[in-house]
Design a protein around this ligand. Structure first.
Ligand code: P6P
Length: 340
């Protein structure tokens, strides 16, 4: 049984020039994830369910656990020596860890500390998503906004934590594979449980919220109709499974195949999901696992960001299914009304 810490050190040994900073950063994220997992598991009896009372920069009602998770990741990363600063979904501005040690760090982190907050009070799955970049600014000085405004192809590592029936930590690095680790609460360690994850080229499910069916563009509706088209009177070709949490839907899709769709729509012409800390990390992991990720016009990771909280339409998952959707969108006679 290999722990997360042992695994990151094994990876370190593969690259003689490695300094151990990435391993240290991943250990820190893993520690914060264990703290958040503990909070999530006791939320209902520790009076930390429900709304905190404020509205975040995304215009969403902040849950108590959103604040606690955000503060936990900021606290742990600020007190490590492996992160020069971070962007969080909960904070408008970049968070600079301006101290002598962290200013020397070559990494910055962007994250959604708690994804799927609407699921919290009904004990449905929620998650954390993170993306790691190497700085472009001068080491020894505070990190800058430019360190965070890099396209997804520049990611050095990315991952997520799923707080579900078990707590699973999944990450991948640029030169390596995607691996999943399951938390053993009795020991307080993540153990390797999903080595070398690969996404099937085709799956039997798709994640889409049908309340938006009439708001999305016709090519997307045509694709959804094909997903539902029954063959020789049997049930539809694919099952629609939507957990209301990208982390939960994407974990299922990475393991079993399928496609996740959050298109642009009339009310949200750039979609809802955030490019830098939802779309890009999952695009990174999905492509590493052999799948695809597009905004309907290009690969997600080719998008050059203008704003750390910008949104993007996203279609991500099994390669054959993403390709098929791409064909619908790019051979459609109808003018694409939404901004893809
Ligand atoms: P909607 C959760 O708030 C999230 O960011 C994703 O995890 C999820 O897939 C999506 O938004 C759900 O959005 O509009 O269906 O509530």
């Amino acid at each position: 049984m290999t722990t997360l810490d042992e695994f990151t050190i094994q990876q370190l040994r593969l690259y003689p020039q490695a300094t151990g900073e990435l391993s240290g950063l991943l250990r820190g994220i893993g520690l914060a994830a264990k703290m958040v997992s503990n909070l999530v598991n006791k939320a209902a009896i520790a009076d930390i369910l429900g709304a905190e009372g404020s509205v975040n920069i995304q215009g969403e009602n902040v849950q108590k656990l959103d604040v606690l998770a955000n503060n936990t990741f900021i606290h742990v990363l600020r007190n490590s020596i492996y992160c020069a600063g971070m962007v969080s979904e909960e904070n408008e501005d970049i968070i600079v860890f301006d101290d002598a040690k962290n200013n020397q760090s070559k990494y910055v982190v962007l994250m959604d500390p708690l994804d799927g907050s609407a699921n919290i009070d009904v004990n449905m799955p929620i998650g954390t998503i993170f993306s790691i970049y190497r700085r472009v600014s001068e080491l020894g000085k505070p990190c800058t906004k430019e360190d965070f405004l890099q396209k997804g192809d520049n990611q050095f590592a990315a991952g997520y934590v799923l707080y579900g029936s078990s707590t699973i930590f999944v990450y991948g690095t640029k030169r390596h594979s995607v691996n999943g680790f399951t938390l053993d609460n009795s020991v307080g360690e993540f153990y390797l449980s999903h080595p070398q994850m690969k996404i099937p080229a085709e799956g039997k499910s798709y994640a889409f919220d049908y309340r938006y069916y009439h708001s999305v563009d016709k090519p997307v509706r045509d694709f959804l109709d094909e997903c539902n088209a029954s063959e020789n009177g049997s049930d539809g070709r694919y099952a629609n499974k939507n957990a209301g949490c990208m982390v939960a839907d994407m974990h299922r899709i990475l393991l079993s195949g399928g496609i996740f769709l959050y298109p642009a729509r009339k009310e949200k012409p750039k979609g809802k999901l955030r490019l830098m800390y939802e779309c890009n990390p999952f695009a990174f992991l999905t492509e590493l696992c052999g799948g695809g990720a597009t905004d309907g016009r290009q690969r997600i990771m080719e998008i050059v960001p203008q704003y750390v909280h910008e949104r993007s339409p996203v279609f991500i998952g099994s390669s054959d299914m993403v390709d098929k959707l791409f064909q619908y969108i790019n051979t459609s006679e109808t003018v694409i009304k939404n901004v893809y």
